[in-house]
Design a protein around this ligand. Sequence first.
Ligand code: HEC
Length: 448
Amino acid sequence: MEFLNNFILPQSAEHIELLHYMLILVLFLFIPFISIVFGGSLYSVIYRRRGEKINDGYYLRLAKEIIEITTINKSVGVILGIVPIFTAILIYSQLLHDSQITNLNYLLFAFVFVSIALVFIYSYRYSLSFNRIFNSFSEKDTVTTDVIDDVYKLSDESERISKKAGIYGLIFLFLGLWFFVTALTIPTIYSDWKIEDFIAGLFSGNVLARFALYIFFAVALTGGMILFTFLEEEKKIRVIDKDYSNFVKQKIVRVTFIVTFFIPLLLVICTFGLPESSLTGTVFFYAIISIILLFLGYHFLYLLSKEIKGTVAALLLLTLIFSIASFIISDQKAMATATKFHSASLSAQFDEYFAELKGDGMTVEINAAELYQVKCASCHKWDQKLVGPPHLEVLPKYVGNEAQLEAFIRNPSKVNPEYPSMPNPGLKPNEASALATYLLETYNEKVQ
Ligand code: HEC
């Protein structure tokens, strides 16, 4: 990832803070979306297999509808699935610039895996739709035999794609998320991260706890999304297959209930896995909000298990999204604290860089008196001869002629035969300039 250094400029403390906020924003877009795609693929692949095994049309129909609901469409997939990882790579490369610990290699893998996964998952989605079209086609006998042959061929092909693509997509997305969560975890526990080995990093306790948390969140969030969309659609389309609708609701409410149960526990494990130094009040505050929202979610789920209502499903989806958002903030605040020292050193670098850009000794000017003590006071006094002449004697000719004094200090030349030559003090231009100003200012004060 060395090439990234070309994009990176030193950054000010304000810029670093801004980057933290941008990162939170990127995660707000990416995590809920990719969670729902993952959850949707998981539900869909499982229901599809079940449907084939017991030859149940409801399961097959549900498998198809779930993947359609959760993947929205291809351009959304690119915008919300791939662009954010790329942006995260740019942000982290700035935040962790010059650091021994990096998460960029994991992010790069996540980027590749998620991209591959999305290709598979969208093929899966479209092949499921084709399956249905083909099935309805072959049932009609009105077409000629060679068309039927083609239909069978394509239909087999489409079946094959949907069988494989779903599983492959799911596996790649699983890996992609795992690498992504690892990349998220490393800066969060920055001060505690001591694992050098790339693979071992994936199996660190903190990573695994977070990964489990996100997977459970993904399944719960998908449940909320499916229930919500189903009820919305039922409202729009008046033709309702009551049996199917009940089948869906019961299945999804049950699964969502079970997974949501584990989330608070995992949340607590993740929070207490943070280094002690980054467990700030803010981190706790957002973690607790996240848990409270989850309990609210339970309440809505409970209501849904009694009676299925659209508004309740919408509330459930919202509480789950806010809960995950709150956890993201908590985690990112922990990261900001954990990388505090690194950020400070980055912004110090920036200050230096900026002073150099401006060309003057913004930072040095303040230290001129000190610099004088270190570099000059051993040979000079104001009113007495030491090794060099007393300043009060030699400075008058430099009044109103600071540039010349600066030039002398930087590179002394022989002046007075009664003295030895002054050795070159080896100053930077801005230091010499600061000293010249300091000398003339002090001189004026003394003469007045
Ligand atoms: C090792 C001793 C030594 C140190 C350290 C030293 N000087 Fe000098 N300085 C001298 C001597 C000797 C002269 C007389 C040189 C001459 O007349 O040729 C002198 C001369 C000067 C003069 C008078 C130049 C003139 O035009 O007559 C100034 C101004 C001056 N020094 C400033 C400084 C400043 C500022 C520093 C600290 C960065 C410094 N000196 C450090 C020994 C020193």
